[in-house]
Each structure stands twice: as C-alpha cells, then as structure tokens.
Design a protein around this ligand. Sequence first.
Ligand code: PEP
Ligand code: MN
Length: 333
Amino acid sequence: MIAVLKNSTTKQQLDNFCEWIRAQGVDAHVYTGEFQTVVGLIGDVTRVDADMLSGLDIVESVKRISDPFKSANRKFHPDDSVINVSGKTTVGGDIFAVIAGPCSIESEEQILEVARAVKAAGATMLRGGAFKPRTSPYDFQGLRADGIELLLEAKKETGLPIVTEIMNANHLPLFEEVDVIQVGARNMQNFELLKELGKTQKPILLKRGLANTLKEFLMSAEYIMAGGNENVILCERGVRTFETYTRNTLDLSAVPMLQELTHLPIIVDPSHATGLSRLVKPMALGAAAVGADGLMIEVHNNPQKALCDGPQSLTPAQFDDVMKAVNRVLTAI
Ligand code: PEP
Ligand code: MN
C-alpha cells in the first residue's frame, strides 16, 4: 500500500504518520521525490484501514498495490535509481555503462591486455570470472582467489572498477575490493546467497535466471533489497527457449517492461544471450535503442584459445567497433 502525502506536510507530521503506521506492525518507507513525498507501507497491510488513511489531513491519496515486490517497485520510488559503483562510475541515469572483459580470468597477461584494450575503447568497468559456474565439473572452473588477485591488479593499472561473480557466500571476504558483485543466472534464486548479499552495501549485478519470469527476477532483487542493500543492477542475459541456433533468446522487451515495473537500472548482456560473437553487435545496438542502461560484453585477446565462452567473445578490435556503433545509436536516440 502506498500513501501519497500532500505537499504541505511538515517533517513533524511525516514522522508522526510513520510512527503511527509502524505502531500497527507495518514498516514505513519514505520516498522524498522532487515534487512529492510517498510513504510505502511494507508488510502485512491487511489490518491497515485504507479509508482511515485517506481521511487524514496530510494524505492526498492511498493506493493498494498487489505486486509482491515492494522495495524494487517503481510505484514506491518513481525516479530512476542511480547506483554508485566507485568514484565517478555509476549505473543508471544519464550515463551508459559498459562492462567488458573475458568470461574468465586466465592469466596476468590475458587480463591486463584485455583490461587496457576495453578501457581504450571506452568501457566503464572491467569484468572477469574467477569462480566459474560451469555445466561440467571437468571444464575450467576459474582461477578462484588467484583470479580475483589478477583482476585487482588490472583494476590498479587501469583504474577501471571490477565486476566478478560470487557463487558461495563463504567467499565474501575475497570480494572486499571488488566493486560490483555479480550473481549469475544459475544463482538468481539462490535465496540464502541473496540474503547474505543483502547484508552488504556492495552493488550487486543480478542476472536473470535461465528460465525465470520478470516477476521472479524482481523478487530476487527484492531479497537483496529487503536485507538493506538497495544497490541492485538488473541484467537481462537471454532466457532458454525452444530455439537452438542461438545459445539463449534475448528478451529485449524485458527492458521497457522492467523500466515500467522498477526503478532499478537494467543492462543487457548480448554475449550470453546469443552465444555467437557475430550477433553481439546487432543485439548490443538493439539494447541501446530500447533504452537499456548499459551493456555487459565478453571480450578476449584471443577468443579461439579462450578457456570459456570463446565463440561469443569479441576481439578488442571488434569491441571497439561495437562501442563506436553503440555511441552512434545513443546519440541518435
Ligand atoms: C557470466 O557472466 O560469465 C555468466 C556465467 O553469465 P550467466 O550467469 O548469465 O550465464
Ligand atoms: Mn561467459
């Protein structure tokens, strides 16, 4: 349930109002926008009398909302959220974020070479997997803690904030200097992991699950936010369908739909969505055109020799070309 307050409401009246709501066993979240103050009533609101609320002097209107996601809901928070990553790097709002780098960190030489190249092309963040969720236990599992060390080295040299995936909450101490923690598609509904990440204040890049609805996606964001961490970035990375020519099916309609439903920023990963490097550019352009807040693209200095996801990885030169084309689309729209 949300209560929109009249412009004339004083701070004291707002505090009294929230106290009164909390006394009924319901949490009150205040959102102070430029023109309006909105109070979100979160919890079991069945006992709250909406007519009584509407009758209060300071209340302009009251709406019952049935969406199960509250903190992520745009109704409570009409303005877009801008997530501060580090320094001047943000996701959401006016700046288009581009996260680029290899699927997995393989060596010092590899990550440094890719980091320099993606920075030169205009990437705003560097990615690289240290803990890899592989379908087969016999495939390369990532360099784990050593991989994070190498990623930190690349961060130090280039100044690019870093993004890497967590698979187990016990590894959190290793992520202290990581700027954005990624939750991969396979862990989107690992609720215990989401709860632990909710206790931190780190920006979380939450990828859509392989076969999850947008409501389930937002409920996973809600798990993190309900724990007190509002710094969630959503990532559409394609979903599994009956199609087999592409690795997944990129759901670009998720971008405008999510923008209606939530204030959280949404980026698109055309690499995992298609599985084919030649499809990355057209889908990246599509993502920019439909209003995504950014992209995540896999780039490798030698895709043919990549230990993971080579077929979908761009060379640095191909990435540079994509960046130029994406910028033209952004200028055009
Ligand atoms: C990744 O980003 O490297 C990854 C494993 O992606 P996803 O979880 O979307 O498959
Ligand atoms: Mn990958």
